[in-house]
Design a binder for this molecule. Structure first.
Ligand SMILES: C[S@@+](CC[C@H](N)C(=O)[O-])C[C@H]1O[C@@H](n2cnc3c(N)ncnc32)[C@H](O)[C@@H]1O
Length: 450
């Protein structure tokens, strides 16, 4: 076997990031756009000791679970990396990812993984978009970067975003062209407009547009604002973010409100929230509500419970149940988010939710020293999961239940393994599909002290 050889093989599995897996003569190949049970002629792209890569030259047989909508399947190359797989199979794939992680990483022989909660209409769900602005064939374009590249593929229908978000992006693109504003050129580090971000309140319908620019001055900005606000009466916020760095990070540090309010408002499980351009806010509102509801059900709260909401963001989880418990203690590292959480508590008439800024692991050990006793600890960390010190401190607090919300089954399984050693048992886990058409898996797990 050598590079560029074409071999006939069977695809046996899907990797965690949605690539077809082929096992051949002791090697494991990852193949884009290949589904389990497909027979393919595969060209070898890269041959290495551990991980090799191949490419489909020709299908001998195709999976019956291949997505029939060709345009959606095409988005596999960028924003929807499972767009080529039928939705019911995506849901099975996600539960399987959780099962595999719990068995391989946490060593659990029996892990109760429930069926993934999915969407009835798994399209047009995103309440947020961030699209690059570049020049393609001499023209300013918006679209998506092809996977693992910075090649912009122009696009007008993004399928997984709310259609009004697509309309606002396309209208802004047309205006930027007409006003002759220059798109960013990454290589030369020249041009003005780098990215367009849009947020839309699921219930309120309010829109926010963020223009990420390399410099403060935007020529003819008044015309842009006038046109956009006339075309979109629910556009209540236009923000500029300045990012002059040579970096892949989308947002810079400086924000400026160009029009209207610095935030949009929306609802989640009946509470009102103000959301700013940089706040963490789940991108799929109805499924975020299902996720939080599941976490609340798992926690089985009583009026005398003291609950820690760790990695609390703008407070959306804790504030959803604060009125039904004795007290909520939230911890979050981003200052703006903590201020937002406090304001959100006030806005919703909640006085028993307290927020502390700082790294969760440090604040938890301070709370432990201060004698805080928690009945339930809810954690919702970023992809890297918890630290060992957080796990140790939380178990020393004597909580009867830990409810773990995770966007990465691998780190969740690693952390559950440690909780096991400290006397907690996994009771069940519930995958919830917040990101249809992509490989991303969100999950809630319940751990109980034994
Ligand atoms: C997955 S988000 C969850 C936010 C919130 N629970 C929600 O559902 O909207 C993770 C949050 O953890 C915060 N974070 C990241 N590292 C942290 C740390 N070491 N300590 C506390 N918060 C942290 C992030 O700023 C982010 O708001």
């Amino acid at each position: 076997m050598q590079k560029n050889d074409i071999i006939r093989v069977q695809v046996t599995d899907l990797s965690h990031d949605g690539l077809g897996v082929v096992r051949h003569e002791g090697k494991v190949f990852f193949v884009d756009n290949a589904l389990p049970n497909e027979e393919i002629d595969m060209r070898i792209l890269k041959l290495a000791k551990n991980i090799s890569y191949g490419k489909v030259e020709r299908w001998i047989s195709q999976s019956p679970y291949r997505q029939e909508d060709v345009a959606l399947a095409y988005l596999r190359t960028g924003i929807a990396d499972l767009g080529h797989l039928a939705y019911d199979q995506q849901l099975l794939f996600k539960a399987e990812q959780v099962r595999k992680s719990l068995s391989k990483i946490a060593g659990l022989k029996e892990s109760l993984v429930l069926d993934t909660l999915g969407m009835e209409q798994p399209l047009a769900y995103r309440n947020k978009a961030q699209v690059p602005v570049r020049r393609v064939n001499g023209q300013l374009e918006t679209g998506f970067f092809r996977k693992q590249s910075h090649d912009l593929i122009p696009l007008s229908d993004y399928y997984i975003q709310h259609p009004e978000i697509d309309q606002l992006i396309n209208t802004t693109r047309d205006l930027l062209r007409r006003l002759d504003l220059k798109p960013y050129d990454e290589e030369a580090h020249t041009g003005l407009i780098r990215h367009i971000l849009v947020r839309r309140g699921h219930y309120s319908g309010q829109l926010m547009l963020v223009l990420v620019t390399t410099r403060p001055k935007i020529f003819r900005i008044e015309q842009l604002i006038e046109h956009l606000t006339k075309s979109f009466p629910n556009l209540v916020s236009i923000i500029q973010n300045i990012n002059d760095q040579k970096t892949n990070v989308i947002l810079g540090k400086a924000f400026r409100t160009l029009y209207g309010s610095p935030t949009i408002s929306d609802q989640l499980l009946g509470n009102h929230y103000e959301i700013s351009a940089q706040s963490f806010y789940q991108v799929n509102t109805p499924m975020a509500e299902k996720l939080y509801q599941t976490a609340i059900e798992f926690a089985d709260l009583t009026p005398s419970d003291v609950v820690i909401d760790a990695y609390s963001g703008i407070g959306t989880i804790g504030l959803s149940f604060a009125k039904h418990v004795k007290a909520v203690y939230g911890v979050e590292v981003v200052k703006q988010a903590v201020e937002d959480a406090k304001a959100n508590a006030k806005r919703n008439g909640i006085s028993n939710a307290h927020y502390q800024i700082g790294p969760a692991e440090k604040v938890m050990s301070q709370w432990l020293k201060d004698g805080l006793v928690a009945d339930v600890i809810i954690v919702d960390p970023p992809r890297k999961g918890l630290t060992e010190s957080f796990i140790e401190t939380s178990s020393q607090m004597g909580a009867k239940k830990i409810v773990y919300i995770s966007c990465n089954p691998a780190t969740m399984a690693r952390d559950i393994k440690y909780y096991h050693q400290l006397g907690y048992q996994l009771i069940k886990s519930q995958p919830v599909d917040l990101f249809p058409q992509t490989h991303h898996v969100e999950c809630v797990a319940l751990l109980v002290k034994v």
